[in-house]
Write a protein that binds this ligand. Structure first.
Ligand SMILES: Nc1nc2c(c(=O)[nH]1)N[C@@H](CN(C=O)c1ccc(C(=O)N[C@@H](CCC(=O)O)C(=O)O)cc1)CN2
Ligand code: GAR
Length: 197
């Protein structure tokens, strides 16, 4: 029986595309049941639609505008996602912190892709922070990890960690390109490892 995943995005979706491509090439034997986006403008939604994958746009702003809480948002999102009973939820550029009220519905079956080494640059803009730290002479390398999702942001147990070198000749753009290339490989490896497929 094919294992079923749901992919969460908020933007470009190049990592979603890497998963789609791996499935279509037969490298990854699973099915994307749904792509969830926190942004209606996310290009990843176009990628999903082109691949025939159902999408759910679930922005936070209507909740904020209605004076509702992040918990209410998370509970409603969890109830929608639970209907699919996924084997795994993959956060691939999902830019919202999920509360325990969401996480606890899915029995630790949530993983997140983060463009930094464990404990190096948690949160948003990790690649930029790494580049600036390199320019200050504070680090010589960065990396990519996929980790289990727990309430503490980017503190979950890593599944895969891959170091990424930074060169003196790098610009932020060349470093971003190198990191994204590693991400597209690691995200597929992590799904295979987690699902043991
Ligand atoms: N409970 C968890 N939720 C999420 C995790 C996690 O490890 N535990 N990983 C993140 C992904 N992520 C880094 O890898 C990350 C994304 C976004 C933020 C953040 O500060 N978001 C702000 C909004 C920022 C914005 O709108 O630009 C927020 O949620 O208020 C931190 C880390 C996904 N969720
Ligand atoms: N803290 C989470 C975070 O920074 N995630 C990062 O968002 C990008 C999404 O790219 P994509 O939309 O092209 O897949 C990726 O670089 C991913 O590591």
């Amino acid at each position: 029986m094919l294992r079923r995943i749901i992919v969460f995005i908020s933007g470009n979706g190049s990592n979603l595309q890497a998963i789609i491509d791996a499935i279509q090439s037969g490298t990854l034997e699973c099915k994307i049941d749904l792509v969830v986006s926190s942004k209606k403008t996310a290009y990843g939604l176009t990628r999903a639609e082109k691949a025939g994958i159902p999408t759910l746009v679930f922005p936070l702003k209507p909740y904020q505008d209605a004076g509702k809480t992040r918990i209410e948002y998370d509970v409603d999102l969890a109830n929608k996602v639970k209907e699919y009973n996924p084997d795994l939820i993959v956060l691939a550029g999902w830019m919202l912190i999920l509360s325990k009220e969401f996480i606890n519905h899915f029995n630790d079956n949530i993983i997140n892709l983060h463009p930094a080494l464990p404990g190096q640059f948690d949160g948003v803009n990790a690649i930029q922070h790494a580049y600036e730290a390199f320019k200050r002479g504070e680090i010589t390398k960065t990396g990519v990890m996929v980790h289990k999702v727990i309430p503490e942001v980017d503190k979950g147990e890593p599944l895969i960690i891959e170091e990424v070198p930074i060169f003196e000749s790098d610009t932020l753009e060349t470093l971003e390109e190198r990191i994204h290339s590693v991400e597209h490989k690691v995200i597929v490896q992590s799904i295979k490892k987690f699902l043991q497929i």
